[in-house]
Write a protein that binds this ligand. Structure first.
Ligand code: GLA
Length: 335
């Protein structure tokens, strides 16, 4: 496919239900462009940061709303070994591999397998050796909107050869509205007692760090802004950018925005969740009439733990022809 043909393939789709929720998605990176839910006054409020149009997702975007793969989050020095063979992936985040490499799944134009009023199925076949990962990986990502204002994402990936996979969605939420200034007033609760401890390059050391008594503890709900500075000083992250070890209580997280009255809960079967407070957004991306700034949105990226391939005691991201990757995450909105 040449560039002109590829552009022709780019489309946007609208999912809606009878309860006032509308989600606009594109097949570029399966990006969620907008997500409108009723606020406390019953008015639709768009609660995700997004770009103007589908084609824009081929450019710079800080991973706004896209699907991340093959392996989300970081792999230390981009290296791993599988069946005695060492692989060197792109080091696109300092010396580390991040979010699938130079051209991850977020930059691919996906095929639309099925599309209905409240459901869409995207697929993408990642060839053997793409971004230096072994194996041909066939991926399917399904968005389903239900009447109770839940957007569910189902991930499925099967391979012809042993490889690694860790898929997630990288939506930045601002439940006050995508054009609200920051996320500090959002009240967050996360059902996790530990983090995967990281070094200054955000690579796990292998240790689990208890959150109790630290700025990272969200077991009792608190505003994101309360301890964001203290949290950001720990690994020079400039805010929250940490993988929470979910303790299995549902939901994994809930977030409430007092101004709009919008509440979001996140449910998943994944063992980890990266809470990222948009620390690196720096005014370089504009979408929907807004220039996005540091802390203007937050992500809850459900996933296997970062660098899990290099930490044998972490849940495995290895997939084989007999053991595909399968997971789900549901974002539910209430007012
Ligand atoms: C993830 C990472 C962050 C950052 C963003 C993308 O959430 O954990 O460190 O790289 O993606 O900007």
């Amino acid at each position: 496919m040449n560039f002109a043909e590829a552009i022709m393939e780019i489309k946007t789709f609208e999912l809606s239900n009878q309860s006032g929720m509308t989600v606009t998605v594109t097949n570029v990176g399966c990006a969620i462009i907008s997500l409108k839910v009723p606020d406390k006054n019953g008015q639709p409020r768009d609660v995700v940061l997004g770009l103007d149009k589908a084609e824009d997702y081929l450019g710079k975007h800080f991973y706004l709303g896209v699907i991340i793969g093959r392996v989300g989050n970081r792999i230390g020095y981009g290296k791993f070994t599988l069946d005695g063979k060492e692989y060197q992936l792109a080091t696109n985040d300092g010396k580390q591999h991040l979010h699938g490499g130079v051209e991850g799944f977020d930059k691919k134009i996906w095929t639309v397998e099925e599309s209905g009023p409240a459901k869409i199925v995207f697929s993408y076949v990642s060839p053997d050796g793409e971004e230096n990962y072994p194996g041909r990986l066939a991926v399917r990502c399904t968005y389903t909107l239900s009447q109770d204002n839940t957007l569910r994402i189902d991930y499925f990936a099967e391979t012809d050869t042993k490889t690694i996979c860790n898929l997630t969605n990288h939506s930045y939420f601002n439940l006050e509205g995508y054009d609200a200034k920051d996320i500090y007033g959002h009240v967050m609760q996360i059902n996790a007692d530990q983090l995967t401890a990281v070094d200054e390059a955000l690579i796990p050391t292998g240790a689990f760090a208890p959150v109790a008594g630290t700025p990272f503890d969200f077991n009792a709900p608190k505003p994101i802004g309360q301890d964001i500075e203290k949290a950001g000083a720990v690994n020079s992250t400039g805010g929250f950018d940490h993988n929470y070890v979910l303790n299995g209580k549902a939901p994994a997280a809930s977030v409430y925005a007092p101004g709009s009255g919008v509440k979001m809960t996140v449910t998943t079967d994944m063992p980890g969740m990266q809470f990222y407070s948009g620390n690196f957004i720096d005014g370089a991306v504009t979408g929907k009439g807004v220039t996005y700034q540091k802390h203007s949105g937050f992500c809850l990226e459900t996933q296997l733990y970062p660098d899990t391939i290099n930490q044998p005691h972490f849940p495995s991201c290895v997939v084989t022809p007999d053991k595909p990757f399968r997971s789900f995450t549901a974002f539910k909105f209430e007012k």
